[in-house]
Ligand binder design. Structure first.
Ligand code: NAP
Ligand code: MG
Length: 485
């Protein structure tokens, strides 16, 4: 008898209780390193979303609404602490669900998710409106919660992406229904368990696991949901924006990218190479801001390509639980097939393979792909234009700064970018010249809860993190009180 999912939460979390789906259905979540089933998880559908929204709607005017900022601050700060105290358990769930390494899950993702709750906890006591100074009227603004927020998140950073949305939403006094990705439902359910522990009242945070086209779609349609915050693919993002228009929900979308990383000849080349490799291979390239297009100034191009190839070819790929492993499997069979398809496209379009380009055999199981570097890529090629969302780097030479900026901007995306140079004026010209939500200078893939994150162009709109996120989860109400004599 198998003991699938023992010790894990696998049921929906609605109105403060773990419950089966109304239909009784479950779906399997699997470990991409072993292809084993980890657990059978409740498959929420429209009826379960309706129950969760009803609970969230009730909680909106209940105890949570009567919590003052200090109480919300304390609860959210404790939630951040509990996440960090449970880092080992949460990282283990994340590793099993997504194949990310012990380092990526336990040192980066989970502690950062805790930090996000602590950061937004502080804002719960600091958001307020303003007043004017007129003698015969008191005119003021109130910042009020938006209402019930539907939060739909992807599988690449399951708990962190949930934290980016749950933390500011709750800090501002909203109630939420969170729909994690089907590939990675486990940490969202553990978050629910921790939310009970820290005293977040029933109905304030609800988690409905299930599929996008059923559970996710109902959340987008539901008339009592006031806002949808989504991170995921561009196609689904566009569908959500169109559907949400029917009830004029507030929508924020954090979509994909094809982020350019530009290395000039005057840069610290070894640091740039290391940054470029981290920029694409961190979390197997399953990062919306992955630096998937690397532009290298021609005078250092051969040297950089040689270094990239040498290091990529030596990267330890294997069991994500092993401390020495640098890269685990991609998250699912679908991702494996998609990434392999792009690798074939790169070969067919004539790019020069300098590392990887094939699946890796790790005990004959799992969805492992070797870190792949293509050189001599043309920015018009499929591997330079479409989001691969996997461990595939496209390296492109350039001669002038103008040419590099023009090529960097020649995609529909604008999520992130980076520039490596010792010339501060040049760095700032690139920062200003590239329409992207985040631009790193002489580094890559760094995040801070205080720094807003989001896209320009088809990478979406709205900002997660920082003070900017508070605007996404509040409405401004103007009040005019007549004081005329
Ligand atoms: P996705 O389909 O966009 O999934 C993101 C979230 O949206 C998941 O929770 C998903 O549920 C849900 N969803 C799917 N269809 C929906 C619908 N019609 N209405 C409401 N919600 C819906 O992304 P994916 O299929 O997991 O990955 C596909 C590609 O998206 C990747 O290859 C990558 O290019 C991109 N991606 C981008 C990011 C990012 O951070 N920007 C993250 C992940 C993936 P299900 O889990 O049931 O699908
Ligand atoms: Mg999906």
């Amino acid at each position: 008898m198998e003991d699938r999912g023992e010790g894990m939460q696998t049921k929906l979390f609605i109105n403060g209780e773990f419950v089966d789906a109304a239909s009784g259905k479950t779906f399997e979540t699997t470990n991409p390193a072993t292809e084993d089933v980890i657990a059978n998880v409740a498959e929420g559908e429209a009826a379960d979303i309706d129950a969760a929204v009803e609970a969230a709607n009730r909680a909106r005017t209940g105890k949570w609404a009567r919590f003052d900022g200090r109480k919300r601050q304390d609860a959210l700060f404790r939630l951040g602490q509990r996440i960090q105290e449970c880092a080992t358990e949460l990282a283990d769930l994340e590793m099993q669900d997504t194949g990310k390494t012990a380092f990526d899950a336990g040192v980066v993702e989970i502690p950062l998710a805790g930090e996000v709750f602590k950061y937004f906890a502080g804002w719960a006591t600091k958001v307020h409106g303003g007043t004017t100074n007129d003698p015969f009227a008191l005119k003021m603004t109130l910042r009020e919660p938006v209402g019930v927020c539907g939060l739909i998140v992807p599988w690449n950073f399951p708990l962190l992406m949930a934290a980016w949305k749950v933390a500011p939403a709750l800090a501002m006094g909203n109630t939420v229904v969170l729909k994690p990705a089907e590939q990675s439902p486990l940490t969202a359910l553990k978050l629910a368990e921790l939310a009970i522990e820290v005293g977040i009242p029933p109905g304030v945070l609800n988690v409905v696991t299930g599929y996008g086209p059923t559970a996710g779609a109902r959340l987008v349609e539901h008339p009592d949901v006031q806002k949808i915050a989504f991170t995921g693919s561009g196609d689904v993002g566009k569908e959500i924006a169109a559907k949400a228009a029917k009830t004029l929900k507030r929508v924020t979308l954090e979509l994909g990218g094809k982020s350019p990383n530009i290395i000039f000849a005057d840069a610290d080349v070894d640091a740039a190479v290391k940054g470029a490799l981290g920029g694409i291979f961190y979390n197997k390239g399953e990062v919306c801001a992955a630096g998937s297009r690397l532009f290298v100034e021609r005078s250092i191009y051969d040297d950089v390509v040689a270094k990239l190839g040498a290091i990529a070819n030596k990267m330890a790929i294997g069991d994500p639980k092993e401390k020495t492993t640098r890269m685990g499997p991609v998250t699912s069979k679908e991702q494996f097939d998609k990434v392999m398809h792009y690798i074939e496209a790169g070969k067919n379009e004539g790019a020069r393979l300098v590392a990887g380009g094939e699946a890796a055999d790790v005990n004959g199981k799992g969805y492992f792909i070797r870190p792949t570097v293509f050189a001599d890529v043309d920015n018009g090629m499929k591997i330079a234009q479409e989001e691969i969302f996997g461990p595939v780097l496209a390296v492109i030479p350039f001669d002038t700064e103008e040419e590099a900026i023009a090529a960097a901007n020649d995609t529909p995306y604008g999520l992130a970018a980076a520039v490596w140079t010792r010339d501060v004026k040049r760095a700032l010209r690139v920062v200003r010249g590239v329409p992207a939500g985040t631009v790193w200078v002489n580094t890559y893939n760094l995040y801070d809860p205080a720094l807003p994150f989001g896209g320009f162009k088809e990478s979406g709109f709205g900002r997660d993190l920082g003070e900017a996120a508070l605007e996404q989860y509040t409405e401004t109400k103007s009040v005019w009180i007549d004081l005329s004599p």
